[in-house]
Design a protein around this ligand. Structure first.
Ligand SMILES: O=C1O[C@H](COP(=O)(O)O)[C@@H](O)[C@H](O)[C@H]1O
Length: 229
């Protein structure tokens, strides 16, 4: 994967981020469907779900070719996974999800990247105030998992404690990734992640890579970037 510098877009308001994100996703969807006939999209949880709301409104709800979309959830609070038997453990839920992904790759519904991990067309990620992405947290070993496609955590520092998550090798095999942040609480993490001065260990949100990586920030989230100082 060739890694270019990320594209950092800063908007005055959350509403402007939502507008721009809907346009970005709809254009990428149209281009990808024309090229390969489908569009695989990974959604993480959090406020991102609210920020992509404009895709469900006109003109996008009529113009996006939804029938060609494949949607995957990165980080699923165990209690919200209704189709899965949520009396089973987070470990079993993660294994089940990975097995389903492996089937989709075997059936050629999802391509395999040259990295050996599935390649999604678009990964939509938020960032937590401690710099986590998906459910890959600082000070938790899951962020260093280079083997699994899907892993689990039972002591998440953010509720709920039991979650499943894609691992970094999957996240970083994506063709396009949008990091969407619209909250002042994440401003410190954003400034650390986008600083040319690197800290060790890096925050998880600083470890996200993609062939095309775009940050969608509102002015609150971007308030601690040097350009806004
Ligand atoms: O726990 C999580 O939090 C982050 C940030 O959530 P937000 O509500 O502050 O946007 C989210 O992006 C991630 O998917 C989720 O696992």
């Amino acid at each position: 994967m060739s890694q270019k510098n990320p594209n950092v877009l800063i908007f005055s308001t959350e509403e402007d981020v939502a507008e721009s994100l809907a346009l970005y996703v709809s254009q990428l969807s149209a281009k990808t469907i024309e090229e390969k006939g489908s569009f695989s999209v990974v959604l993480s949880g959090g406020t991102l779900i609210q920020t992509i709301r404009k895709l469900t409104l006109s003109p996008y709800k009529e113009t996006v070719n939804w029938s060609k979309w494949l949607i995957f959830w990165v980080s699923i609070p165990k209690d919200h996974v209704y189709p899965i038997n949520y009396t089973s453990s987070a470990e079993a839920v993660a294994k089940d999800y990975e097995a389903r992904l492996r089937n989709l790759v075997a059936e050629k519904v999802l391509p395999l990247s040259s990295t050996g991990f599935p390649k999604f067309d678009l990964m939509l990620l938020g960032v937590g105030h401690n710099g986590h992405v998906a459910s890959l947290f600082p000070n938790r070993p899951q962020r260093y998992d280079l083997k699994d496609w899907v892993t689990y955590i039972t002591d998440s520092p953010k509720l709920p404690p039991a979650r499943i998550t894609f691992t970094f090798p999957v996240i970083n095999s994506s063709a396009n990734t949008a990091m969407v942040v619209t909250d002042k609480a994440e401003a410190d993490a954003i400034s650390i992640a986008l600083s040319p001065v690197k800290i060790l260990p890096p925050l998880p949100c600083a470890e996200v890579k993609a062939e095309s990586l775009t940050w969608f920030l509102d002015k609150d989230a971007a308030s601690k970037l040097p350009i806004n100082a």
